[in-house]
Design a protein around this ligand. Structure first.
Ligand code: AMP
Length: 454
């Protein structure tokens, strides 16, 4: 299948060629013809699948006919975060190089007046976060009765952030005759209910199972003590020894931890920048920009940054904390291994995280191997057999690593002197595939156990 077979306009096809894309991704192949045929679409796809272009390209084609009127945007795209909204705006700029369309971004943290001036001139594409959109509406500066296409992107993220009442209100303010394009990585019941209410006979397009993780991403668990200072020490070593580390995102569960960890890394001379929801818009944009352009190697982020950020070629993800919600793991992991590239992910796991890890493994349908445990098959045997099998595996390691850390693959939790903990026993899942994830194994895990905490 090529882009020329999808029914996109010549201008759009030229922009796609200029972007260097040769074949549509599966979500593009499946969704674009329906969108051009004016059908509602329910797209179940995670970021990294090319879903932004899947709605942007046909919208641009559709917008070539007709023009915008003052205060009455023709299309509306709702995004959960400012960063995602800004990225969609960039996509319109990139794919709309041959179009003379007006695109406006309504996000919090920037001046109302500039946004208002743009709305007054007439807007073809309005990209907004729900809160700011409703603020403009309530001031009487915006009419939603001219909306031809409504896109609700990252709906499950909207749910997490408590935006569903806003979304319902916005849907009701737009014409009943609109076309609705709805995207979500997962389909929790609340989201399914929303689609039942606001979509009309949608074409369902699903490119991968909800909440599966990309297969080209190596995932490893790293045993850790729960204390933040011990975790920071382990993280520093992971960073120092990570193979092929080009750039990476470190995820923390709390904003305060983001700030603390960021300070600690910088103090150690590590190139890092923080990104979390409490920062003002300008600092967030600057942080993201310096990470994107390669000035800074590591982005320390809270989950607000976890979804949808289009940062090409992130080589590593470090989960400083195991996320409380299993779906956040999938979204965090989604920042690497994008567009078919490979990536590596390390998740620091304390014994108290057992429940969360089990939930993640259930969600993704596979067991995540432990760093230092080269074969998951060992979990599939009795504990006695497993311990034999692990010994064999360690012996098969290069002799230059005689002190390989067998304690890292044992089953009982007990702190060692470096603050590392032996992982607890995670029962194998029958469907879990054995795979050799050791290619990204940090070298320090193969070195002798230090005698003192470092
Ligand atoms: P998204 O899922 O929309 O965040 O897109 C993920 C990445 O894939 C972005 O960097 C896009 O520029 C890129 N992309 C989108 N469509 C294609 C395509 N057909 N071929 C190659 N890359 C693409």
């Amino acid at each position: 299948m090529s882009f020329s077979q999808l029914g996109l306009s010549d201008k759009v096809q030229a922009a796609v060629a200029a972007a260097g894309y040769t074949v549509p991704t599966p979500i593009q192949e499946q969704a674009i013809p329906h969108i051009l045929a004016h059908r509602d679409v329910l797209g179940i796809a995670q970021t990294g699948t090319g879903k932004t272009a899947a709605f942007t390209l046909p919208m641009l084609t559709r917008l070539e006919k007709g023009r915008a009127r003052a205060r009455m945007p023709r299309t509306l795209i709702l995004e959960p975060t400012r960063e995602l909204a800004a990225q969609v705006e960039e996509s319109f700029a990139k794919y709309g190089i041959n179009h003379k369309l007006t695109v406006a971004l309504l996000i919090g943290g920037v001046s109302f007046d500039d946004q208002d001036a743009k709305l007054t001139r007439g807007v073809d594409v309005l990209i907004a976060t729900p809160g700011r959109l409703l603020d403009h509406f309530e001031r009487g500066r915006l009419l939603l009765s001219g909306i031809e296409i409504l896109v609700i992107d990252e709906a499950d993220r909207m749910l997490d952030m408590g935006f569903i009442p806003d979304i319902e209100r916005i849907c009701k303010l737009t014409p009943f005759t609109r076309q609705t394009l709805f995207f979500s990585a997962t389909m929790p019941p609340e989201i399914a209910r929303l689609t039942g209410t606001f979509l009309s006979n949608p074409a369902r397009v699903e490119v991968s199972k909800p909440a599966t993780t990309a297969t080209n991403v190596t995932q490893l668990l790293v045993a850790s003590a729960p204390e933040p200072e011990k975790k920071r020490e382990i993280l520093r070593r992971l960073i120092r020894d990570a193979e092929g580390l080009k750039n990476g995102i470190i995820f923390c569960n709390r904003k305060t931890e983001v700030a603390k960890l960021h300070r600690s890394l910088v103090k150690d001379g590590i190139s890092a920048i923080a990104l979390h929801g409490d920062m003002d818009q300008r600092s967030r944009t600057n942080a993201l920009e310096s990470f994107r352009n390669g000035e800074i190697t590591l982005l320390v982020a809270s989950d607000v940054a976890a979804r949808g950020l289009d940062i090409p070629e992130v080589s590593h993800i470090f989960n400083f904390d195991v996320p409380h919600h299993a779906e956040d793991y999938v979204h965090r992991i989604g920042r690497t291994g994008r567009a078919g590239r490979s990536g590596a992910t390390f998740t620091l796991v304390a014994p108290t995280d057992k429940k969360s890890v089990t939930a993640i493994e259930r969600l993704i349908g596979r067991t995540i191997p432990w760093a230092g445990n080269p074969t998951e098959q060992s979990f599939e045997k009795s504990s006695e057999q497993a311990s034999r099998s692990r010994k064999v595996t360690h012996h098969s390691r290069p002799r230059s690593h005689p002190g390989a850390r067998p304690h890292l693959v044992q089953k009982r939790s007990r702190p060692d002197q470096a603050g590392l903990l032996v992982p607890y026993n995670l029962e194998p899942k029958p469907e879990a595939k054995a795979q050799d994830d050791t290619a990204h194994l940090p070298a320090f895990l193969l070195r002798p156990v230090p005698q003192k905490a470092s």
